[in-house]
Design a protein around this ligand. Structure first.
Ligand code: HEC
Ligand code: HEC
Length: 396
C-alpha cells in the first residue's frame, strides 16, 4: 500500500523532546475573553488549565499566523490543483478498504473545533499488530474490545464466544454475544494477542494514521484528491512515536522533519480530553469512509446537552482561534442564520464551509507549502491581528 511505502522511507518515528520544540499549539495564544471568542481553552485543557506560560513559551513561535501570504492563482487553477491527486498509487486514491494488511478506516464525530470549516478533513485509520488479527473475525472482536476499553463503555458486536472461549458480554456464560461489555478487569483479547486490555489505553504496536487533504470547493464541500499531510502515530513501550509526510513546494509528499514532527506530542500527549493521547477512536461512529461523510445528529453529553451546542456556547465562536467569521455568523450576532436546534439535527450546518471559505483555506495551505514554512505554523489562517492572537504573552 502506498502510504506504507511512504512511511517506510520516512526516517524512524521521532520520540519528541518536550524541551526541544514548542508544544503549546497556536490555540493557546488566542486572545480569549472577547466578544469574538469567549473561552476556547477548555476545549483541550478541560478543567485542568495550566496556570501560566513558562518564560520560554511566552513568545508566540507560530509566526505564520501573522504573515500575510498572497497566493494569487485563479480559482480555476487552484481548484484544478486540489483535484489532482498526489498519492503515488491511483488505485488507493480511488478508494481503500484495507483488509489485507490490517488497516481499518473509521469515521468519528470531529473533535470540537477540528471541523472541515476550520480545515480538518481526511481519513483516519487504525491498525493493531498481527497477533490481534489472525483473521477478520478475530480482529473485529479485538477492535471492539479495544474500543470498549477506550470508551469505558459497551460496544455492540455480534459474536459467537465459543469460538475463542472468552466471555465478551460479561454474562458469566459462553454463548452468543451481541456486545462487548466494558469491565475494569476480566475482559480478554481473543486469539493469541498478548497481554490484557487496559482501561483507557492502547496496546503496544497500535498504529493510527490520519490523512489530511485539501478541500474540494464544489458544493457540498468535501475532501479533495490532493493530500496535504499524512500523519502516523505508533505506540511503543514508552509512549507514542510520530512520523509523517507533508506536501513539498512542488506538491509531492516528503517526510516531515524532526522539527515539524516535534509538535505532535503536545496535543497527543497528556491533554485530559484525549484517551491515552488519542482523540477520535473513542468517538467512532462508523467503520469505513472519510470524514466528509460525518453528519447527522449531535452527540448527547451526560448532562443531556448536545456536545457542539455546549462547545459553541462556551467559545462563542466556530473555532478555537476566533477567526472563522463564517461559522460564527451562523450562530451568533445580528444576522444569525441558524439555531442550536438546527445544529442538534445535523452537525454539518456547522462543520461544512462555503465554497469561498474552502478556497480561502486551500490558498493559505498552498502558500505555506510553497514557502515550506510549516515549522512556523500550518493553520490555514493568515494575517491575523494583534487583537486576535498574542505575539507575546504579557507577563502577569
Ligand atoms: C487545540 C488544543 C488546545 C487549545 C484550544 C488550547 N491549548 Fe493550551 N496547550 C495545548 C497543548 C497541547 C499544550 C502543551 C502541553 C504539553 O506541553 O504537554 C498547551 C500548553 C499550554 C500552556 C503551557 C505553555 C508552556 O509551555 O508554558 C498554557 C499556559 C496554555 N496552554 C494556555 C492555553 C490558553 C490560555 C488557551 C486558550 C486561549 C489554550 N491554552 C487553548 C493545547 C491547547
Ligand atoms: C493542535 C493539536 C494537534 C496537533 C499539534 C496534532 N494533532 Fe493529531 N489530532 C488532533 C485532533 C484534535 C485530532 C482528531 C481530529 C478529528 O476529530 O477529526 C487528531 C487526530 C490525529 C490522528 C488520528 C488519531 C486521533 O488521535 O484521533 C493521528 C494519527 C494524528 N492526529 C497524528 C498527528 C501527528 C503525527 C501530528 C504531528 C505532525 C499531530 N497529529 C499533531 C490534534 C492535533
Amino acid at each position: 500500500m502506498w502510504w506504507l511505502a511512504l512511511l517506510a522511507c520516512t526516517s524512524a518515528p521521532v520520540e519528541t523532546k518536550p524541551e526541544a520544540a514548542p508544544r503549546a499549539p497556536p490555540d493557546c495564544y488566542a486572545r480569549a475573553g472577547t466578544d469574538a471568542l469567549k473561552d476556547p481553552c477548555a476545549t483541550c485543557h478541560g478543567d485542568a488549565r495550566p496556570s501560566g506560560f513558562r518564560d520560554v513559551a511566552r513568545e508566540n513561535p507560530w509566526t505564520n499566523l501573522f504573515a500575510l501570504r498572497v497566493y494569487t492563482t485563479s480559482d480555476a487553477d487552484l481548484d484544478a490543483w486540489v483535484r489532482t491527486s498526489n498519492a503515488p498509487d491511483a488505485v488507493w486514491d480511488a478508494r481503500f478498504d484495507g483488509d489485507s494488511d490490517g488497516w481499518r478506516t473509521y469515521r468519528a464525530q470531529p473533535f470540537p473545533g477540528f471541523f472541515m470549516t476550520n480545515g480538518t478533513v481526511g481519513e483516519t485509520r487504525i491498525r493493531l499488530p498481527p497477533a490481534y488479527r489472525p483473521d477478520a473475525e478475530t480482529y473485529a472482536v479485538n477492535l471492539a474490545v479495544l474500543e470498549a476499553m477506550v470508551r469505558r463503555g459497551d460496544v455492540p458486536l455480534a459474536a459467537d464466544e465459543a469460538r475463542w472461549g472468552v466471555d465478551l458480554d460479561g454474562d458469566g456464560a459462553i454463548g452468543a454475544a451481541t456486545r462487548v461489555a466494558f469491565r475494569e478487569t476480566g475482559l480478554r483479547w481473543v486469539g493469541d494477542a498478548p497481554g490484557v486490555p487496559t482501561p483507557g489505553g492502547f496496546p503496544e504496536g497500535t498504529q493510527l494514521l490520519q490523512v489530511l487533504r485539501y478541500l474540494d470547493p464544489a458544493p457540498p464541500v468535501r475532501m479533495a484528491a490532493r493530500i496535504r499531510e499524512v500523519r502516523l502515530m505508533e505506540r511503543s513501550a514508552t509512549g507514542w512515536r510520530f512520523a509523517g509526510r507533508i506536501e513539498d513546494a512542488e506538491g509531492a509528499l516528503r517526510p516531515q522533519s524532526d522539527a515539524e514532527i516535534a509538535m505532535c506530542g503536545g496535543c497527543h500527549g497528556a491533554l485530559p480530553v484525549t484517551t491515552d493521547g488519542v482523540f477520535s477512536f473513542g468517538r467512532r461512529t462508523a467503520w469505513g469512509g472519510d470524514l466528509t461523510a460525518v453528519g447527522g445528529p449531535d452527540r448527547t453529553m451526560a448532562d443531556g446537552r448536545g456536545e457542539y451546542t455546549a462547545w459553541l456556547e462556551q467559545t462563542g465562536a466556530g473555532d478555537t482561534l476566533g477567526v472563522n467569521a463564517e461559522a460564527r455568523a451562523k450562530f451568533f450576532g445580528e444576522g444569525r442564520e441558524l439555531s442550536f436546534e438546527d445544529l442538534a439535527r445535523d452537525i454539518r450546518v456547522l462543520t461544512l464551509p462555503s465554497a469561498d471559505r474552502a478556497r480561502e483555506l486551500n490558498r493559505v495551505w498552498r502558500a505555506i507549502a510553497e514557502e515550506q514554512s510549516y515549522a512556523r505554523g500550518r493553520e490555514p489562517v493568515a494575517a491575523l491581528g494583534d487583537e486576535q492572537v498574542w505575539r507575546e504573552i504579557p507577563p502577569h
